[in-house]
Design a protein around this ligand. Sequence first.
Ligand SMILES: Cc1cc2nc3c(=O)[nH]c(=O)nc-3n(C[C@H](O)[C@H](O)[C@H](O)COP(=O)(O)O)c2cc1C
Length: 203
Amino acid sequence: MMSGTPPPRRVVVAITGASGAVYGARLLELLRELGHETHVVVSRAGALALQQELGIEARALGQRSDFFYSAADVGARIASGSFRTHAMAIAPCSIRTLAEIATGVTSSLVTRAADVMLKERRRLVLVVRETPLHTGHIRRMLEASEAGAIILPPVPAFYFHPQTIGQMVDQTVHRILDLMEIAHGFGAAWDGIAPADRAGAGA
Ligand SMILES: Cc1cc2nc3c(=O)[nH]c(=O)nc-3n(C[C@H](O)[C@H](O)[C@H](O)COP(=O)(O)O)c2cc1C
């Protein structure tokens, strides 16, 4: 390995049945590009969303990951805290999956692996996608956040002037990588508004 290159990490990626399967698929692509070991699990509804939104079968992600698990396989290695992993992202994360994580009542490998992240005090990023939100949804986010999860709804930042949907997706995926503490050189960090652009804004 070249000096200065970050060590490869074991990273868990889950895709659940919310809109935005592209976030998980793109995250997986970039993790592979960065040379990390990827462990992927897709819920049944996540497989539906992958098919509906991207036209791909969940098992196709098996070919794009190092390890691919069935969501029913609660005996898989990522269900145990003794299997050392660096971080996990659920992208997108449905309200149903969020609620299971918030309560700790885990019924699948997706939510069990997420629960492991929380109990082992590892990074867990939840790309929660629903709109509008009722009070119960917001409470579940608060509970998950209090347990240690990072709630990262896929909300675009227009100050980067995205020109394509791909750029909007990437901006969110780069933030997911940041929050998983995965070093990357993708995208630029916001550097503040240039003084010349402040003129007339009263700033
Ligand atoms: C195409 C499609 C889009 C959906 N979008 C959302 C969504 O954006 N957010 C959400 O919370 N649920 C959404 N749902 C509903 C969830 O998929 C459903 O609640 C499911 O039981 C979630 O299961 P999971 O958390 O195991 O993936 C969607 C369902 C489908 C089929």
